[in-house]
Design a binder for this molecule. Sequence first.
Ligand code: IPE
Ligand code: IPE
Ligand code: MG
Length: 233
Amino acid sequence: MTVNSLNLNHIAIIMDGNGRWAKDKGMDRIFGHKEGAKSAKKVIEACSDLNISYLTLYAFSTENWNRPQSEVDSLMSLLSLMLKNEIKELERNNIVFNVVGRVEDLPKSVQNIISDVIDRTKHNTGLVLSLALSYGGRQEIIDAVNKIIVSKKSEIINEEIVKNNLYCPEIPDPDLIIRTAGEHRLSNFLLWQSAYAELFVSKKNWPDFKKKDLMEALKDFENRDRTFGKLTD
Ligand code: IPE
Ligand code: IPE
Ligand code: MG
C-alpha cells in the first residue's frame, strides 16, 4: 500500500484515553498526558514519513476548560514544553505548524510560543500539522458566522462563504478521522469538515497507539467505498 494510491490527503485524530491509560497503571492523569505527547510525536513523524499532506490532532477542546484547574494548568505547561522542545525537529522534518481553535483563550505565554513556532516553520513545504487547541466545532461555525456578519459582505450565506470563514479554509476536509480509546463520537471535533470523513475507532488508549495502529487505520480506509451521496458504478 502506498499512501499516494489511497486518495488520502488529510488525517485527523481525536487523541483520547490518556487518563484511562494512566489510571490502569495506578498513575496520575498527567502522566498519561505526558505519554500521550510521546505518541503524538511518533504519529507526526510517521505521517511525515508517509508523505501525508495534512494531519490535525485534537489536543484540547473548548469543553476541556471545564476540567479541574490543576489538569488544565498541567496540560498548558506540557504543551509549552513540547513546543519548545520539538521546534528543531519540526524544522528538520520540513513540517509546517498550524493551530486551529480560539488561540486567544490560551495563556499568553503559550500564544507566544505558538506564534514563534508558526513563524519558524511557515516556509517549510512538508506535512501541515495542525493542533486543535481550545477548539470546538460549534464555536468554529459561530466564529465564522460572526466574521461574515461583521464584514457585512453578504446577507445571505452559502456553503462556500461559511467554508471560507472557518479557521483554516485552505486546509482540505479530513478524509479519515481516527479516534482512540474505543469511543464512537466526535466530541465537537471538525463538525463542518467531517461531513464526509471516514471514521476509524481504535480500542487502544492514545499512549498505546503506535505506527502499526496507524497503518491498520490506513488499511481499513483503503477498503472504504466513498460515494459522497452518489451511486457507484
Ligand atoms: C485525551 O485524553 C486528552 C485530552 C482530552 C486533553 P483524556 O484526558 O480525555 O483521557 P480519558 O478519556 O479521561 O481516559
Ligand atoms: C475529546 O476528548 C477532546 C480531545 C481529545 C482533545 P474528551 O475526552 O474531552 O471527550 P469526551 O468527554 O470523551 O467526549
Ligand atoms: Mg477523554
